[in-house]
Design a protein. Sequence first.
Length: 207
Amino acid sequence: MDDHNYKLNTFLYNKIKDISNIKILEFGVREGASTKLFVDLAEKNNGDVVSVDIDDYSNLIKSSRWKFIHSRDDNFKEIQKQISTNLDVILLDSFHEALHVSKIIYNYYDYLKKGGYFFIDDISWIPYLKNGYRDNFWCEVNNRETFFKIIDIYSCNSHNFDLDFTFISSGFAVLKKKTNQKLNEIEKKSDRSVSIKNLLRLLKKKI
Ligand SMILES: C[S@@+](CC[C@H](N)C(=O)[O-])C[C@H]1O[C@@H](n2cnc3c(N)ncnc32)[C@H](O)[C@@H]1O
């Protein structure tokens, strides 16, 4: 099993495998590792899966439990017409850039039912560091920014959802919805790592 499938199985599948009548929405299909996992589960648990991609993957799987939407994930008007309002699972694995990820979270969060999971792929920069096993500048900086963007959303919404991470492979964040309230917008909290007090603390440590 490759590390992407291992991550899907250990971190994602175990959380959702017993949900009956499961309703899933995913952004990003390509090889279809997550899509196949979801459709197999929907066939077992009497559920349904909607997948969205800018490339046409409509022939990837034949199943009455699967619907493919050929579109950008931020084509909100069109997609929102075609999805249910009580989703158990949303997976975002399309365009891994922090502002885009934030836009997708804010636009689809209300479609998730209380107790539902919002998974976000690619939040770890560690494999992409210089000389790392996937050395890649763009993935390194985008994934780090995405990680901290999710922390910023959580800082203003810790009463609305629980947050967890894995750093297996390129990582995953998962938001577990706790209330039916709307998400609060990000409000930057003051960061004391750049305060005079902390500067003095660091200087003292060096002396
Ligand atoms: C990493 S792959 C998805 C992998 C898949 N989830 C899996 O587990 O095998 C990313 C996919 O997102 C699609 N994509 C990229 N940007 C997108 C966007 N803005 N809207 C919809 N799909 C997008 C790409 O065409 C590509 O198929």
